[in-house]
Each structure stands twice: as structure tokens, then as C-alpha cells.
Design a protein around this ligand. Structure first.
Ligand SMILES: [Zn+2]
Length: 258
């Protein structure tokens, strides 16, 4: 009889459609290939990500793009329906994020860096961090009409790299460990390429003329820090009640470099 390795539910939650593909698309591809269940959640549908389309139109397009990217690795996609530049660490927002966690029941949560270039990324990080703490509390209600049950425990929490791998002063943010994504880089690129609307918008707003090249440069820069060709970095959240066993590192096995 063959032993079935235990599978884990993994939730990646970041601010906008495409952040997860850029910062963790390779790692999620490896985890999906190992049979783990992957869910991708964005806080907003990227409703400010267009210089031409009204917000509802670009939001609809970007939900479709994010769903298509997630489907490349058999992942589920959901939008938490906050709005761009309007993610705040307040009572209602924390309850909404806790409800997402309770419905998803993750063993591992990957979220945005606490320090990053964009307010939405930083607000997402603190909301997810605190929602992980609140999700098992029996007396904490989300006030949802169909509220899911509290989680059995705080999930393992990891932060992705900030965009560009640097803080607001341009200083490198070191990861605890790096995941070698060279073997799955084509799939990571394929996922990001599904976000067709963003190539055009980045050209107009940021003056960056190649979306996919920008992602490859980022992934190479992170790889260089670990002596790898292409990598993604992660930090395990060290807060005292949060699980400190290296679950994500164990799931990724030989793909991990310290
Ligand atoms: Zn973003």
C-alpha cells in the first residue's frame, strides 16, 4: 500500500491582481504540483489599474485575468472586494478578512510584506496578520449572515518579498529562505501574462515598458541573493502565539535554500 503524504491548504492573499504571480507564482506552482490545495485571494479587483477604462470595467476585466492566471495551476481565485487605495486596518476590514480565512481553512497563509512601496500592500499585511490571530477565537464574530466556524488554530503565516525586494528607503529586505523557481519559471511567466490589461497600464503610469521582463528581473535579483538563478523569498512571521514550525519549508523540501 502506498502512503499518501498529507496535503495542506495554502492561501495566498495580497492586495491586487498580479502581485501574487510576481512575488510567489513559482512557489505556488511547485506547491500545486505537489498536490496541495491552492487558493488565491486579492483584496481588490485592481479597479484603479487603468488610464482609460472606468473602474467597474477594469475591475471586471482584472477579476477575469486573475481567475485565468489561478486556473493555470488549478487554484481557486476570489476577490475580497475592497477597493484600490482604500484598504485600511479597521474593525470591519479585519472581520471581513477573518471570514475569508474561516471559509478557506488554510494551514499556511502567504501574504504581503509588512514594509512595501504601496499602502495597500502594507495594510493587507497587517490585516492578514491580525486576522490569522482572530480566526480561531470563538467569541470573535465576523457578523457575516452565513459565518463560517472559527479555525482550529492560528495558521502558519509567511510574508512574501516586497515588490523589487526593497523597503521604502531602497534597502534590500532579507528573506528567511529562498525558493528555487527555475524549473517552474515558464509557468510563473504564463500566469503573469494572463494579466494583459496591466502591461498597457504600467507603460502609461509607471513608464515600465515590459511587464514580464520586470518580473523576470525581480525574480533574478532575488535569486542572486541566494546563489540561485531565479528565486522567491519568504519570511515566517515570528509573533509568539503563531506556529513556528517550518511547515512551508518542509512542503517545498529540496527547492528551499537558506
Ligand atoms: Zn499591488
Amino acid at each position: 500500500m502506498e502512503l499518501q503524504a498529507e496535503k495542506t491548504r495554502i492561501l495566498a492573499i495580497h492586495a491586487h491582481p498580479d502581485d501574487i504571480e510576481i512575488l510567489a507564482g513559482g512557489t505556488l506552482t511547485l506547491l500545486a504540483a505537489a498536490g496541495h490545495t491552492i487558493s488565491i485571494v486579492t483584496m481588490t479587483p485592481g479597479d484603479c489599474g487603468s488610464a482609460d477604462l472606468p473602474s467597474d470595467d477594469i475591475a471586471a476585466q482584472r477579476r477575469n485575468e486573475a481567475g485565468s492566471a489561478a486556473s493555470r495551476i488549478g487554484a481557486e481565485y476570489r476577490c475580497a472586494e475592497f477597493r484600490d487605495m482604500s484598504i485600511f486596518n479597521d474593525d470591519a476590514s479585519r472581520r471581513r478578512v477573518v471570514e475569508i480565512l474561516r471559509r478557506n481553512k488554510p494551514g499556511v497563509v502567504l501574504t504581503s510584506s509588512p514594509i512595501d512601496y504601496l499602502c495597500d500592500h502594507e495594510a493587507t499585511s497587517v490585516l492578514v496578520r491580525d486576522a490569522c490571530f482572530a480566526a480561531p477565537l470563538r467569541n470573535y464574530t465576523t457578523r457575516d449572515v452565513q459565518a463560517a466556524a472559527p479555525l482550529p488554530a492560528i495558521p502558519h503565516l509567511y510574508f512574501m518579498d516586497p515588490v523589487g525586494g526593497v523597503d521604502r528607503d531602497g534597502q534590500p529586505v532579507s528573506a528567511d529562505f529562498y525558493v528555487d523557481v527555475e524549473t517552474v519559471f515558464a509557468k510563473k511567466t504564463e500566469m503573469l501574462a494572463r494579466h494583459a490589461s496591466q502591461r498597457d497600464w504600467l507603460m502609461k503610469h509607471h513608464g515600465i515598458d515590459d511587464y514580464l521582463v520586470m518580473m523576470e528581473t525581480h525574480t533574478r535579483d532575488i535569486g542572486q541573493r541566494a546563489g540561485l538563478k531565479l528565486a522567491e523569498g519568504f519570511r515566517r512571521y515570528k509573533g509568539h502565539p503563531y506556529p513556528q514550525t517550518p511547515l512551508l519549508e518542509e512542503l517545498l523540501g529540496s527547492q528551499v535554500a537558506v
